[in-house]
Ligand binder design. Structure first.
Ligand code: PGA
Length: 243
């Protein structure tokens, strides 16, 4: 694993945007695995700026998102589809047909998950996967548990995740209880992975994930078995790691 320590959130966002930019320039038809949440917001803004300056072309890029709430329509402001469209896609020349998010409105979980894995495989796999880490160590919506799930599945969200995501909803009751997520195996199949982490509130889980045992109880810990992971964290998030 390679660690890039930045002074602050802005630096983390710039360093991650630089890696994505390089990926797109090197392979204009890259398949990008994308994450939502608070952490990558600024990185997406920087990518839009680069596009507006004519430095980036998204026309041949494909994207596959990590996850989506179950039972939420794509035009719901809390859906991850909506997030991606607002925060990146609609500001670029990406072809909407090349953007992929699990369809949260399809109730047949097995069908959704099989179709999503097929989509990723038809694309030839993920070239660069962007990840955040939840306070409980989740990646995508792979919550702490007894096993590493291999492929996409429907997950019951943990209370910790529901509490963490309540900030985006009116009340905790409004947070969906289930979601579709790619599996750990799907994430680990990406050629390259960039993990973005910001803030002192993530320091304890970062230490656990990257210095403790590799265990499904801390899903992000599996990333240590991947050959090409770059962890980009600000000083606060990486503050408890050994120098
Ligand atoms: P955050 O979420 O970026 O909003 O902290 C990260 C995650 O839960 O994976």
């Amino acid at each position: 694993m390679r660690f890039i320590k930045t002074d602050d959130y802005e630096g983390m966002s710039k360093a991650a945007a630089a890696i994505v930019t390089e990926q797109i320039k090197t392979k204009p038809s890259s398949v990008l695995g994308l994450a939502t949440g608070g952490t990558p917001v600024r990185m997406y803004e920087l990518l839009i700026k680069a596009y507006e300056k004519g430095e980036l072309d998204f026309s041949q890029i494909s994207t596959v998102n990590l996850d989506e709430y179950k039972g939420i329509t794509r035009d719901n402001e809390q859906s991850y589809f909506y997030y991606m469209n607002e925060r990146l896609w609609k500001h670029t020349n990406i072809d909407p047909k090349r953007t992929h998010v699990p369809d949260g409105m399809v109730a047949d979980a097995e069908a959704v998950c099989l179709a999503y894995e097929q989509t990723i495989s038809d694309l030839g796999g993920i070239d660069l996967q962007i990840l955040g880490i939840g306070h409980n160590g989740h990646i995508g919506f792979n919550e702490p548990g007894d096993v590493f799930e291999d492929r996409s599945f429907c997950v019951e969200l943990s209370q910790a995740t529901i509490n963490a995501n309540q900030r985006f909803f009116a009340t905790a009751d409004d947070v969906p209880k289930e979601a579709y997520t790619v599996g750990i195996g799907t994430i680990m199949s990406a050629a390259k992975i960039v993990v973005m982490i910001s803030g002192e509130d993530k320091a304890a889980i970062v230490k656990e994930a990257f210095t403790g045992p590799v265990t499904p109880k801390v899903p992000a810990s599996i990333l240590r078995f991947h050959r090409d992971v770059t962890v980009i964290g600000d000083a606060a998030a990486l503050g408890l790691l050994p120098e």
